[in-house]
Design a protein around this ligand. Structure first.
Ligand code: ADP
Ligand code: MG
Ligand code: MG
Length: 211
């Protein structure tokens, strides 16, 4: 059976921290166009806190590991993305409490749980020009690809990541109905939503590290 073990999830967290540094300027530039220019800085502050503590969390089970990541983001990151990504990671491990490895069915449940809390907290729907435009279609595609189309796990995640990336592209020609970009009205048209860009990069990390 296909298994994702704790080493996989730890590597994902390490890569997320690398991403937050490498793409800091890019995410903030996107946010400068339609927000307040701090999206990259917010993620960087959050994941620096994660990096600082990750070694001391490595003995924890997968659920607790992600609860700690989420709590760090929630504590350290101001702005919209703190509670949203913080909530995602806090809830991500809930379906697999106490486990040291998970099945792909469980992984899909974790993704669904994480995305659902973002939707609940932010009240954004697909088409509102937010990270939900990446995450909701990606998780739906993940389920469809694995459960209905019966693709191999990594192939299913590849598809999900591609759908999420297309979802981010779909934020470019539209106005925002949530978040700071809402105030810009039509002036938001032509710009990619920064949260949808960071979500796309996060999905790519989950995909790339899969065995
Ligand atoms: P802030 O806008 O408070 O400065 P960030 O710049 O870190 O926070 O994050 C902005 C991103 O958060 C947006 O690009 C968008 O994707 C996401 N976002 C903002 N509001 C919402 C919401 N209500 N629901 C979902 N995502 C949101
Ligand atoms: Mg911002
Ligand atoms: Mg801000």
């Amino acid at each position: 059976e296909y298994i994702l073990n704790k080493d996989y999830f730890i590597k994902v967290i390490e890569d997320l921290a690398v991403l937050a540094e490498e793409k800091k300027d890019y995410f903030s530039e996107l946010d400068s166009a339609i927000g307040d220019g701090d999206h990259g800085m917010n993620l960087s502050i959050g994941f620096r806190e994660v990096t600082k503590n990750l070694d001391s969390w490595k003995a924890e089970d997968i659920s607790t590991l992600f609860k700690n990541v989420g709590t760090a983001l929630l504590d350290k990151v101001g702005g919209a993305s703190g509670p949203l990504y913080g909530g995602f990671f806090m809830k991500f491990g809930l379906p697999v409490k106490g486990k040291e490895e998970v099945t792909f069915d469980e992984f899909i449940e974790m993704m669904e749980t994480g995305v659902a809390i973002i939707e609940k907290r932010g009240k954004a729907k697909v088409g509102d020009k937010t990270m939900v435009d990446t995450l909701r279609p990606a998780v739906d595609a993940l389920k469809a690809a694995y459960v209905d189309e019966k693709l191999e796990p990594k192939e299913a995640m590849k598809k999900a990541a591609a759908v999420g990336s297309a979802g981010s592209d779909s934020t470019i020609p539209i106005i925002a109905k949530k978040g700071r970009a809402m105030r810009l009205g039509e002036r938001a048209i032509g710009h990619r939503d920064p949260g949808s860009a960071s979500s796309t990069a996060i999905l790519a990390i989950f995909y790339n590290n899969m065995p």
